[in-house]
Design a protein around this ligand. Structure first.
Ligand code: SAH
Length: 219
């Protein structure tokens, strides 16, 4: 493998394996997912100056006042999307560095990802190309409107926090499909899973989280 991708020292496979052990201790059980996280070069998604911290279980800055989520949260959200069995399409709102989309692309046939900041999206697309991930389609738009032309999706994941459950997005899920999102109410933010039912949707609260806010409009 290319040295940039395989990593050395603090980005080496040994360091990555320690992260995987930590995710297991925190309750992540999906072996396929753990393998994907262990193999994906997270250090390419953060600033070079922070590459040595890329395999710590911590959120890191990615420019434009945004952060890449900690690996545990990426793993947990992915596990929640997949825990009812395999799915073949997913929509991500908030591409950011492109790391979460890359994890999804290793596990799901078709990944659609939407980002409101064009400079951020351009950088993420370069990473997808570098990693040869051809099953990710990315769009510069306000994710709050979703991507009607490509839906309905088996799963939707929001990596920025709205203050209410966006019903426009629920409508772009297949019946039985799941949306995983960090929902804000006042000072509290909770990871919730919304499952679309025939007539409506159900909501399950998972745990406290801390994401940047979902913002409307494009930049
Ligand atoms: N999933 C990312 C982390 C995302 S940080 C990763 O793996 O790195 C949250 C991202 O959501 C930011 O890039 C922010 O610009 C984007 N965002 C916020 N509101 C949005 C909206 N309405 N539509 C699309 N993207 C949005």
């Amino acid at each position: 493998m290319n040295k940039d991708l395989s990593g050395i020292g603090m980005t080496s496979q040994r360091t990555r394996n320690r992260l995987i052990d930590r995710l297991r201790v925190q309750g992540i059980e999906d072996e396929k997912l753990l393998n994907v996280i262990g193999a994906l070069p997270r250090h390419l998604f953060v600033d070079e100056a922070l590459a040595h911290r890329a395999y710590e279980d911590t959120a890191l800055p990615i420019g434009f006042n945004q952060t890449i989520s900690r690996p545990y949260i990426v793993a947990r959200m992915t596990e929640l999307l997949l825990c009812q069995g395999p799915i073949s399409s997913v929509l991500e709102i908030g591409t950011g560095s492109g790391y979460q989309a890359s994890v999804l692309a290793k596990l799901i046939d078709r990944v659609y990802t939407v980002e409101r900041i064009s400079g951020m999206l351009e950088r993420a697309v370069l990473k997808f190309e570098m990693l040869g991930l051809r099953n990710i389609q990315s769009y510069h738009s306000d994710g709050l409107t979703g991507l009607t032309q490509y839906g309905p999706f088996d799963g939707i994941i929001l990596t920025a926090s709205p203050t209410h459950i966006p019903e426009v997005l629920v409508e772009q899920l297949v019946v039985g499909g799941r949306m995983v999102l960090p929902l804000s109410s006042g000072d509290l933010q909770e990871l919730v899973v919304v499952t679309r039912t025939n007539a409506d949707f159900e909501v399950e609260v998972v745990e406290r989280v801390n994401f940047v806010p979902l913002v409307s409009g494009k930049l």
